[in-house]
Write a protein of this length. Structure first.
Length: 139
């Protein structure tokens, strides 16, 4: 059985998860940061936020300089610049992590039947579309 949020349509397997989720739709944010104007309706998010004040660790957008407390927030923000984080340079498919993108590139674009054509910089087969000497940086 699924429990669905009536506001956004997100589905949950457990009713307590739905109940906790519903809090994000509330206008009242009862937990306020004492050091900045951040507010949250979840206590654990306030603790995570406070940790960034202590550590000084932020994730900055390379396009506009806006700083985020989590890498996930930065990833979501990147879509406002029409940039898909971790997207394949050959087919533009986006991935949830850099590692998955590199695995995709090696599996899909570098799995060529022409075994004698190799790219010396990455020791993988060249892209099957062009058989060029183009490479990607996996570091």
């Amino acid at each position: 059985k699924h429990y669905t949020c009536e506001v956004c349509g997100r589905a949950f397997h457990r009713q307590p998860s739905l109940k906790r989720h519903r809090q994000i739709h509330l206008d009242t944010k009862q937990f306020a940061c004492l050091l900045c104007d951040y507010k949250s309706n979840r206590k654990h998010l306030m603790y995570k936020h406070a940790e960034h004040h202590r550590s000084g660790r932020f994730y900055s957008c390379k396009f506009c300089g806006v700083r985020f407390y989590t890498q996930m927030s930065l990833r979501s923000h990147m879509y406002t610049h029409n940039v898909t984080p971790n997207s394949c340079s050959f087919c533009r498919v986006g991935f949830s992590s850099r590692e998955r993108m590199i695995c995709h590139m090696r599996r899909v674009h570098f799995a060529c039947e022409v075994r004698d054509i190799k790219d010396t910089r990455c020791s993988e087969q060249t892209p099957r579309e062009s058989h060029s000497t183009q490479s990607f940086n996996s570091s």
